[in-house]
Design a protein around this ligand. Structure first.
Ligand code: AOS
Ligand code: ZN
Ligand code: ZN
Ligand code: ZN
Length: 424
């Protein structure tokens, strides 16, 4: 299915007058150079969509399809192309191997290229047993006490790098499900040492211009212990591997009330924050729509990201990715909402008066510091997002455009009701 660019332009036309007035109101408050800076940053900001989140997710209790889901890698890329055309913010995809093994690499690259999509981090999968695999990951992969299982998992990661190289990706994300369900099940030190050695072996095969992103998570699927449980463990492993290894922060991978913005600041100061999985959560790794539950926290996280991007040249550019699961909503609608929430938080963080904040911190004006942050957070930045979209040819209101162009209906007509996307 294809969206005609003219249809987007027609829809935008309807918003044009009101948008102009709203933008003028905002520009009466902030300087023209600041709003211009924010608009340009928003236009440039690109987030990779997860290939595994384009179909209906599910829980261990069941899965409810809603039709028109992509049944192949090509169709997943087409879906991202639709979201990108509507938002101009989704110019990248993050693939998961073996779910997304390309049959024809050239064709896949060409398709992505024609839709303006690049290949961001590749994900390996050693949390499921693959067909025909000699060894099971039932008792772990890179951490396993079974040397042959470790070797198989290392070889898989190297294979993922090889596929990614052909696609033009520049990073590998490793997330391990390895852990224990019961005390005494494994020796903490042994599995950590194995994990470090395995990651180093993978790192040894990393191309010069690649990064290794190490994701952490406190629990699930194992409920007593996870080998790479927190940012400290990931940071330690990244340091053990070398300068091309970094920590990846998934917003849902923290115990309740963890101060994620402080983790972000610490990692950026040390030049070790490599990537981000955006989502939101109430309880655990809920993988809900970004900004749906804790928008102020998201803003505070972006506040540290912006500070880090402006002050920490030691930290390389980050891989921005969404990692979500759509159990009840149309995934494309959900992703559009997530992208919107990311841009809102980013724009608000860009509006923080950093000079005034530094001054207030210096003079120990506690209430003043809080005021400055909340002033930015309480600003309705949507006119800036709309202006960025107008200029980049996106839909001013992407969700409304998605609905009025009846994208899902057309996808169902093309693909049917029963296709099952590979992934979670
Ligand atoms: C799992 O909880 C992690 O968030 C990973 O990023 C994982 O690879 C992804 O969710 C797809 O399985
Ligand atoms: Zn993740
Ligand atoms: Zn997760
Ligand atoms: Zn998650």
């Amino acid at each position: 299915m294809k969206i005609d660019q003219q249809q987007i332009a027609d829809l935008n036309q309807k918003h044009s007058d009101l948008h102009k007035r709203q933008l003028e109101n905002l520009m009466a408050v902030f300087s023209g150079s600041l709003t211009e800076k924010v608009i340009n940053k928003l236009i440039d900001f690109q987030v990779a969509l997860p290939s595994w989140a384009l179909g209906a997710g599910g829980t261990r209790f069941g899965r409810f399809s809603y039709g028109g889901e992509p049944g192949s890698l090509e169709q997943k890329i087409e879906d991202i192309g639709l979201v990108h055309q509507l938002t101009k913010t989704a110019g990248a995809v993050s693939l998961h191997i073996p779910w997304d093994i390309p049959e024809d690499i050239h064709a896949v690259k060409q398709l992505a290229n024609s839709l303006g999509i690049v290949f961001d981090a590749m994900n390996s999968n050693t949390f499921q047993d693959q067909e025909g695999a000699g060894k099971s990951y039932r008792h772990g992969s890179l951490s396993s006490v079974d040397k042959a299982a470790r070797e198989q998992a290392i070889a898989h990661n190297i294979e993922v790098i090889r596929i990614g190289e052909q696609l033009g990706s520049k990073s590998l994300t490793v997330w391990l499900a390895d852990g224990a369900n019961f005390p005494g099940q494994y020796n903490f030190q042994t599995v950590l040492q194995h994990t470090e050695d395995s990651l180093k072996a993978i790192y040894g095969h990393l191309p010069e211009d690649w990064k290794l992103l190490i994701e952490y998570k406190p629990y699930e699927p194992n409920f007593y212990s996870t080998v790479i449980q927190d940012w400290g463990t990931s940071f330690m492993l990244a340091n053990a591997c070398g300068e091309k290894a970094f920590t990846l922060v998934d917003l849902g991978h923290h115990l309740p009330n963890t101060n994620i913005e402080q983790i972000v600041a610490t990692l950026m100061m040390k030049g070790k924050l490599g990537g981000f999985h955006f989502n939101d959560s109430k309880y655990g790794d809920d993988d809900l729509t970004v900004g749906a539950i804790k928008p102020y926290t998201l803003f505070l996280i972006f506040n540290e990201l912006v500070y880090g991007m402006e002050n920490n040249p030691q930290n390389p550019p980050l891989a921005w990715m969404i990692d979500a699961s759509h159990n009840i909503k149309d995934p494309l609608e959900d992703l559009i909402q997530s992208l919107d929430a990311i841009l809102v938080a980013y724009a608000q963080a860009l509006l923080v008066d950093r000079e005034a904040l530094r001054e207030a911190q210096q003079t120990r004006d506690v209430a003043g510091c809080q005021e400055i942050l909340q002033e930015a957070y309480r600003t309705d930045v949507r006119p800036l997002l709309k202006e960025a979209r107008m200029r980049s040819g996106a839909a001013v209101h992407p969700l409304e455009a998605y609905r009025s162009l009846q994208v899902r209906k057309q996808l169902i007509e093309e693909r049917g009701m029963k296709v099952r996307a590979t992934g979670l």
